[in-house]
Design a protein around this ligand. Sequence first.
Ligand SMILES: C[S@@+](CC[C@H](N)C(=O)[O-])C[C@H]1O[C@@H](n2cnc3c(N)ncnc32)[C@H](O)[C@@H]1O
Ligand SMILES: [Zn+2]
Length: 317
Amino acid sequence: MESRNPEEIHASVLLDEAMEILVRDGGEIFVDATLGLGGHAEALLERLSNARLIGIDQDTEATEQARKRLERFGSRATIVHANFAEVKSVIAGEASEGVDGILADLGVSSLQFDTGSRGFSFREDAPLDMRMDAESDDPTAAELLATLNEEEIANVIYQFGEERFSRRIARRIVEKREAGTPITTTKQLAELVERSVKRSPKEKTHPATRTFQALRIAVNRELEVLETFITDAVDVLKIGGRLAIISFHSLEDRIVKHGFQKLSGKCTCPPRIPQCVCGAEKRVEILTKKPIVPGDDEMERNWRSRSAKLRAVRKLT
Ligand SMILES: C[S@@+](CC[C@H](N)C(=O)[O-])C[C@H]1O[C@@H](n2cnc3c(N)ncnc32)[C@H](O)[C@@H]1O
Ligand SMILES: [Zn+2]
């Protein structure tokens, strides 16, 4: 791997805005649930000179890099290789009294995206892997394309990529498989998608972007683990503790927004039901009526920040 400075590889998105929400006087213990290269974690440890931070990431390349970056904080930083869906058991082992703040900065890091061999990007030809936890036994993207049926593939591409041509793409993927030449690399998939979609002249992004996003979400079960994380994270907060989540696309943001609304007591039962059965209970106060988005200067400096949205809550009970 290249040994570029982590700050150059990955500029932390909405850094000051996230600190503004999380850093409080008297805060003792914090969780960065998506440590990545440790940018947000480092900023928290710098601003709270007595606090401890537990950093979680499911990618061992990220935990290794973050470990180096946070070394100077000694025992104030604890790094755990885990999925943030396991936040409850991680915290039970590290801070049974609960924590003062939790941050999640979702999605892939630039390190993952830019390391061609991980299979997240079609800029380089590589095996179609896309697992953030490359050590897990979970199926890779290529394995999903080899085992799901045509309708399941189309649904993944439609639901997680919002791709209009999902059916045609799925049909061609299955045709390749039936011909004994399955799709196994990033370039093969990008070219197949390019041949399958009608491109609007206004569109600036590569036509395979949506399909790649969809597969990545499916491989890492990103939306499922996010839902679990939101309720479990609130469980492990101390009263008054804060949870801040930065999302990067509308599917994620919708889950965060609805998850927070439900935890703030908003009933989500269908209108005709006489009694509430959704279990809505007011456990948090929403701190961001509207999501916080980056300013123009950040968007100019860092392309990755363009779609970022930050939402946060404070635990009441
Ligand atoms: C956008 S990066 C975080 C960057 C970090 N905030 C920084 O400032 O350097 C997202 C990181 O979250 C990790 N990640 C994504 N989903 C995860 C999950 N469910 N559990 C644990 N880590 C996850 C990824 O492996 C990636 O390293
Ligand atoms: Zn209800």
